[in-house]
Design a protein around this ligand. Sequence first.
Ligand code: F6P
Length: 323
Amino acid sequence: MKRIAVLTSGGDAPGMNAAIRAVVRGGVARGMEAFGVRYGYAGLMADNMIPLGPRDVGGIIGRGGTILGSARAPEFRTEAGRMQALHNLNARGIEGLVVIGGNGSQAGAAALAQMGFAVVGVASTIDNDLVGSDITIGVDTALEVALEAVDRLKVTASSHGRAFLIEVMGRGCGYLALMTGLAGGAEAIVIPEVETDPEEIAGVIRESYEHGKPHAVVVVAEGAKLNAAALMSYFGQHQERLGFEVRATILGHVQRGDDPTASDRVLATQLGAAAVEQLAQGQSGVLVGMIQGQVVATPYAEVLSGSKPIDLNLLALAQMLNR
Ligand code: F6P
């Protein structure tokens, strides 16, 4: 394989740049030429690509975001959109594509691979909901950002004797919320994987107040039925029973914007290089991820048909220690 392209797609994740660098330099080390596709599948369909050499990816290993830009491109779900993308790749003599992104992006990559083009995915999303990698690029950094927010909110919560609902991202997956809550010593954690009664959370807040705690922190996953807005509206009617006055903070995209941690840079570097190796070996239709400390390539059929469980023992642990 002589010419490859790389794109980043879906929500950006800290470490994407480190992965781009590894793809480009890993390709060059194998005698390949590399192209960067701007703005994900939208750029692939619009033929928005630039040649990338080793110098073009200098100084980006520690930068958040993605130098290529990212986008969500619903038109790529259509056969016509994918045919256009294939046409553009072929016209440029590109023989293999690396797709750095999460579930939606990898579904697009799988569709392209099914059309006969060589595609390898790199597991990258702050949600950590991708089958095929124990941990995905961006999770560690997003977790650190969320944790810093929890620590800061605890300071002001303690000054005022308040309860805080802190909503973290994760789409339908509670991983980020669970780990943020556990690491942040939250009094309660609400995740989509577990049905939660608002009365239970009200009870935890009340108990924290009665036990003389200076605050109560509830970490809530955005994908939980009882997200921060739903809990605020419930608590609004029961304020007097809670003891603490309640405030809510939705962290949102701030979790995606930091520079990658050491661990995200290392993961992204390993996975980016491994993706090129897969292409060089003639592999296609696989996602590279990290499983039990080893870089593993998992076929898309497996990646896209399953859902990734989270460790509910960690929720039980957090609940045991919240007194
Ligand atoms: O998939 C990453 C993620 O940040 C999710 O946690 C969140 O639900 C979503 O993307 C937000 O998407 P957008 O950036 O399009 O608003």
